[in-house]
Design a protein around this ligand. Structure first.
Ligand code: UDP
Ligand code: MG
Length: 312
């Protein structure tokens, strides 16, 4: 019998778990042709999430729980899931019921047809602020243009991955993770299905604007070196303009003399160039920071407990 793992990363989801679990049970009951594993990754929650999970495990041996030693973020929590999943395929589901489990049978259907990566594309983004929608659209467009392979718009982490995809993803151990990009990077046979993304059941999205911004920077810098090129190109054009202007100044001084003038324009140029230089250094710094982090070769995460047993 084929085994399917449902991976749920959880960070402070004690209110959502009692709503999610019955949905998953319903799904598993309706699809008894498969063996199921519910793999919950407790990402250092501060509330009763872990207790809720253990209660579930006591009633249901299909539940497996990895508890991390602190909050590592969803990207890392998913890597933990890739490492611990036992299934022949895996479906990643958010704990807040924004990803309807009712879509999973359709995903399995396509998996059985030979697709390795069945992902759900949002028709609507649910209730999100206008600014948030705008920003995320802008980000996707930027990323699309700056990298060499398809980055998908309006596609989240809700997807079914074949064992081959999981194994490929497990080999990608970078510390600054942008998993959405990795799904595209590994390739394999992909299938898109559409759905309406609901609203978060309980609680707030734990992504603040600042976190989203830093995820965006991670996304761009880990999948493209285009920003580094921007400074080269800008530098080239500015030097060209400066050269032309130099000739103008030279010829003017030669034929019409050189009355001291142009203090404001001088200041503007200096400030402008200074700004560009700082920006370029900042961009380089982003990459160097990543090289630094990567070169430390730290483990990607620390597990505290697996199924109530302390991991040493
Ligand atoms: N999550 C996590 N670690 C974090 C933040 C979030 O494991 O540091 C989980 C969270 O519990 C949820 C999923 O990631 O299951 C998506 O989180 P959220 O709903 O906050 O994000 P959004 O739906 O806005 O993308
Ligand atoms: Mg959510």
């Amino acid at each position: 019998m084929k085994k399917i793992t449902i991976l749920v990363p959880c960070y402070n989801e004690e209110m959502n778990l009692p709503l999610l679990y019955p949905e998953l049970v319903k799904l598993m009951d309706e699809n008894r042709a498969y063996e199921w594993e519910l793999l919950f990754v407790n990402d250092g929650s501060h509330d009763g999430t872990l207790e809720r999970l253990y209660e579930m495990r006591h009633q249901d041996p299909r539940v497996n729980i990895v508890s991390l030693s602190r909050n590592f973020g969803k990207e890392v929590a998913m890597l933990v899931g890739f490492d611990y999943a036992k299934g022949d395929c895996m479906v990643i589901v958010d704990a807040d019921l924004q990803d309807p489990p009712s879509l999973i049978p359709e995903m399995i259907h396509w998996w059985e047809q030979g697709y390795d990566d069945v992902y759900a594309k949002r028709k609507s983004r649910g209730k999100e602020s206008w600014l948030r929608k705008r920003l995320s659209l802008m980000f996707y467009r930027m990323l699309q243009q700056s990298s060499r392979f398809d980055m998908l718009k309006n596609v989240g982490d809700f997807r079914l991955l074949d064992r081959r995809c999981i194994n490929a993803l497990r080999r990608m151990r970078e510390s600054e993770r942008y998993t959405k990009g990795m799904f595209s990077w590994i390739g394999f046979k992909k299938k898109e299905i559409e759905f309406d993304r609901g609203n978060r059941q309980v609680g707030k999205s734990s992504w603040s604007y600042r976190q989203l911004f830093s995820l965006a920077i991670d996304g761009i810098t880990s999948f493209s070196s285009a920003p580094l090129r921007i400074s080269t190109i800008a530098g080239f054009f500015i030097s060209m303009l400066a050269f032309i202007y130099m000739m103008v100044v030279f010829v003017r001084a030669l034929f019409w003399g050189n009355p001291v003038q142009g203090y404001p324009s001088l200041l503007v140029f200096i400030l402008f160039l200074g700004g560009i230089q700082l920006l370029s250094i900042g961009i380089i710094g982003e990459y160097i920071g990543r090289i630094y982090n990567e070169s430390k070769h730290r483990p990607d995460y620390i597990v505290d407990e697996y199924n109530e047993e302390k991991v040493s």
